[in-house]
Design a protein around this ligand. Structure first.
Ligand SMILES: Nc1ncnc2c1ncn2[C@@H]1O[C@H](COP(=O)(O)OP(=O)(O)OP(=O)(O)O)[C@@H](O)[C@H]1O
Length: 799
């Protein structure tokens, strides 16, 4: 009997009585391409639970299950809402055939290619019922049976491989790896998996996406690996750069900062890794093509390449010929579009449409309400008329729709589809990337067709834009639309900002606001903030905005008063949106949500129906935010809805949420897709607008107080803006321009390097470096900007 394999470590399962099943695999219904998860049909031989049928479906993480082979399973019988009763397998083992007949059938099965019944009989008659164990421990027992060497190899390989793989999966599970990551590890190292992990767990952090330095370090400690082991330094270097990308949004780190941060990371009980040693490993990693050094900047290789690829493709696109649009024809086209859309474009808007019609690649940028969406509509109409195309997708039954309209988020794609009646997709979907695909891989994709429009470009990061632009054929005309003053992308880089700043792409900047009426003071405030000032009348009450002074601990009370008054005046929960820059603190999202829930959705009876999700209480009437894209339900990350029902279906409870016209039912496993939405972060509010915005800014938010955050927040208000907090916090925010992430896309596009590339270490850390008196050149910018590279120039490991 093979060793038992514990694949699941779910403590809950121990409380539930276990079900035992012995049976052979009748078929494999589903095999996850990127994990060990499988759904199989089992012919039941024995079972100790209530099941009368001949077959049962079993699910779980399995190695190479062989159809026809017999296994023994232990698990729980669950009731799947769609597929009914099935066995959720926790552990399983192969039941080796013990009868002579069983063994003969096994050896003559299709698993052993080239072994027929006669040969099988010979093996079993000679070796007996222990045949499998005997072969597994000593291949030579097959000699003298008249088998060819090939046949002997086949039998031995099949037996040891399936046994080996099961052992590896069990080992990975014992080290705490879940089924998806385990599959990724096994795919990479195959039969060497366990020896690699035990000898050098840092290899995992270097090679396997989803395994970080911390996990590898934890394993290494288990195996007693030294603190200055070379692989530990390598993994530390990659960890620091990745963290740097996530925390700063920069696309490179200055070498000196890198070495110091790695040194801090690797310190164990006051012992530091020699800086020179870290520098050596930086060079080693560069030689292995994992990182690139350029001047005194260090990049992950994919990031370095991404900037180069973007710049190269932009240059190729801008070198394409302009489309000829004679002035007379354009007048006719725009007149027709204006008639159809029922709008009169202003001069800048017309210019934007003409620019995009003519240029192989163009940019339209402007603040909220400047008409970007209205321009996309007009542009689509004029483009279609100019190229004699229909904008009706139904007309393209035999060919591709020639227009690709895309946005970085599902919500933005949905919105642009609704406004233009032209189908839009997320960029991921357009590129055919699913959640598991890596954006940093070099896999080639191809987008052809006449036109690509990307909306909400400010939210697109380097990795995604590289994929998109690399896939775009040079025959495609590209239009990039967005608001460059909004927050940059969540991922590293500031592509849209850099493309505009580089001046390489014909760009039209829109300044006239059409959304709010001309006497709107919100627009004036937005303009002032863009220029880095708070207007003199900032604290005065206006028809559409007000300011209330409040310390952090007064914020809740003032918001309560404002919300009460607004609700008395007929504003709904959906109309009023509170925004906060941070989650923590007394004026942060989490605290305000709890408070606002009591005000905006007070329980109407003593014991209302409620469901606890994490530490939040959900009740009917609660305003909730969708946290992930769920295209199958037509709801997307950032969508806001209201809980309209809580129902029990059998033993399960469900939450029903109404999003505009879409109602979505959430079963327990999906509840963590929701959070309360009375207050949301300013980041989450990007791309949405609300009738009334209430936004507190206090000095407590210190590092979040940035101009583009303030700008993004206030421009979400379509009619009323209530600001509160400390005026000095607003002043700090307006003065603090944080958008300039350190990137080199402009350098790649123009050959001009503008940014200050000096160290980002604070003074304290710099002093520490000086004090350490380590003789590496990195600590002195004047001597040599490279990391103790011992005569190796950065060009030695550049592309
Ligand atoms: N030339 C125009 N004349 C009259 N109204 C206009 C004009 N251009 C745009 N508008 C109106 O102004 C409002 C804002 O326009 P639109 O939604 O296109 O702006 P936007 O830049 O896409 O805004 P946001 O980025 O906030 O979504 C809409 O109601 C639109 O109909």
């Amino acid at each position: 009997m093979a060793e038992e394999i514990n694949l699941f470590r779910n403590n809950d399962t121990e409380k539930v009585s276990q079900a035992h099943l012995v049976g052979s695999i009748a078929g494999i219904f589903f095999e996850s391409p990127d994990s060990f998860f499988k759904v199989v049909l089992v012919d039941v031989d024995e079972n100790d639970f209530d099941w009368e049928e001949d077959q049962i479906v079993a699910t779980g993480s399995f190695a190479d299950l062989q159809e026809g082979e017999s296994y023994s399973f232990i698990g729980r019988v669950v009731n799947h809402p769609k597929y009914g009763q099935q066995l959720q397998v926790e552990t399983y083992s192969r039941t080796q055939p013990t009868s002579l007949d069983g063994l003969i059938t096994y050896f003559s099965s299709s698993v052993f290619k080239g072994i027929g019944k006669k040969t099988a009989e010979k093996i079993v008659n000679t070796l007996g019922t222990n045949a499998i164990d005997m072969i597994s421990s000593d291949k030579s027992v097959l000699k003298g049976l008249g088998l060819s060497t090939k046949q002997q190899d086949t039998i031995y390989d099949v037996i040891s491989q399936s046994d080996g793989m099961e052992k590896i999966i069990a080992g990975l599970s014992a080290y705490g790896f879940g089924s998806t990551i385990a599959a990724r590890i096994f795919k990479k190292y195959q039969e060497k998996t366990l020896s690699i992990i035990e000898e050098d767990p840092y290899q995992l952090a270097i090679d396997i996406e989803g395994i970080g330095f911390k996990k590898a370090d934890q394993l290494a400690r288990q195996f007693g690996i030294g603190f200055d082991f070379a692989s530990r330094i390598d993994a530390g270097i990659l960890h620091v750069i990745n963290e740097w990308y996530n925390n700063t949004g920069n696309t490179y780190i200055v070498s000196k900062d890198l070495v110091m941060q790695v040194s801090n990371l690797l310190e164990v009980d006051g012992q530091n890794v020699d800086l020179e040693k870290i520098a050596d490993q930086v060079i080693e990693l560069a030689k292995k093509d994992r990182i690139v050094g350029d001047d005194n900047r260090v990049y992950l290789k994919w990031m370095y390449n991404a900037e180069l690829i973007i710049a190269g493709k932009i240059k190729l696109l801008t070198n394409q010929k302009d489309v000829k649009v004679p002035a007379g024809l354009f007048k006719k086209l725009i007149r027709n579009a204006e008639k159809k859309i029922n709008v009169k474009y202003d001069d800048t808007q017309r210019n934007a449409i003409l620019n995009s019609l003519k240029s192989p690649i163009s940019i339209i940028t402007g603040g909220p309400g400047t008409g970007k969406t209205t321009i996309i509509k007009g542009f689509l109409q004029t483009y279609a008329d100019l190229h004699e195309l229909s904008l009706d997708p139904n007309q393209y039954t035999d060919s591709h729709f020639p227009i690709m309209l895309a946005a970085p988020t599902g919500r933005a794609a949905k919105r642009i589809t609704e406004v233009t009646n032209v189908p839009a997709k997320t960029i991921h979907r357009l590129l055919g990337i699913n959640g598991n695909d890596s954006l940093t891989s070099d896999e080639e994709l191809e987008l052809s067709g006449g036109l690509l429009i990307v909306d909400e470009m400010s939210m697109v990061d380097v990795a995604l834009f590289k994929k998109l632009i690399q896939a775009t054929d040079t025959s495609v005309q590209v239009v990039l639309v967005g608001d460059q003053d909004q927050l940059p992308s969540v991922g590293p880089g500031q592509v849209f900002h850099d493309l505009i700043k580089s001046d390489c792409i014909p760009t039209v900047k829109l300044n006239n606001v059409h959304r709010q009426s001309s006497d709107s003071t919100i627009t004036d405030l937005a303009h002032a903030i863009q220029k880095g000032q708070l207007p003199e009348d900032f604290t005065q009450n206006k028809s559409d905005r007000s300011f209330f002074t409040a310390h952090a601990n007064q914020v809740e009370d003032i918001i309560e008063q404002v919300v009460d008054r607004a609700m008395d005046r007929g504003f709904s929960k959906a109309d009023i949106q509170v925004l906060s820059p941070m989650y923590r603190g007394s004026a942060g999202v989490d605290q305000l949500n709890k408070h606002l829930q009591r005000i905006m959705n007070p329980p109407l009876q003593p014991n209302p129906k409620k469901i606890m999700v994490r530490d939040q209480e959900f009740r009917i009437g609660d305003k909730v935010l969708q946290l992930v894209n769920a295209p199958e339900n037509n709801v997307f990350n950032g969508d806001i809805g209201e809980i309209v029902g809580m129902v029990s279906k059998g033993a399960n409870q469900h939450i029903i949420v109404n999003f505009d016209e879409t109602e979505v039912t959430y079963s327990k496993t999906d509840w963590n897709q929701l959070t309360l939405a009375y207050c949301i972060s300013i980041h989450k509010s990007q791309g949405s607008e609300f009738k009334m915005i209430i936004m507190p800014l206090v000095n407590q938010f210190s590092r979040m107080l940035q101009r583009n955050l303030l700008y993004t927040g206030i421009t979400r208000a379509s009619s009323f803006l209530i600001l509160l907090g400390e005026q000095s916090a607003y002043q700090t925010a307006v003065e603090h321009v944080a958008s300039n992430r350190k990137t080199t896309l402009i350098l790649r596009l123009t050959g001009i390097y503008e940014e200050d590339s000096s160290s980002e270490l604070d003074d304290g850390q710099n002093v520490k470096v000086e004090e350490s008196r380590v003789k590496v050149s990195i600590i002195n910018n004047n001597v040599d900007p490279m990391i103790g590279m011992k005569g190796i120039s950065p060009y030695d490991f550049m592309n």
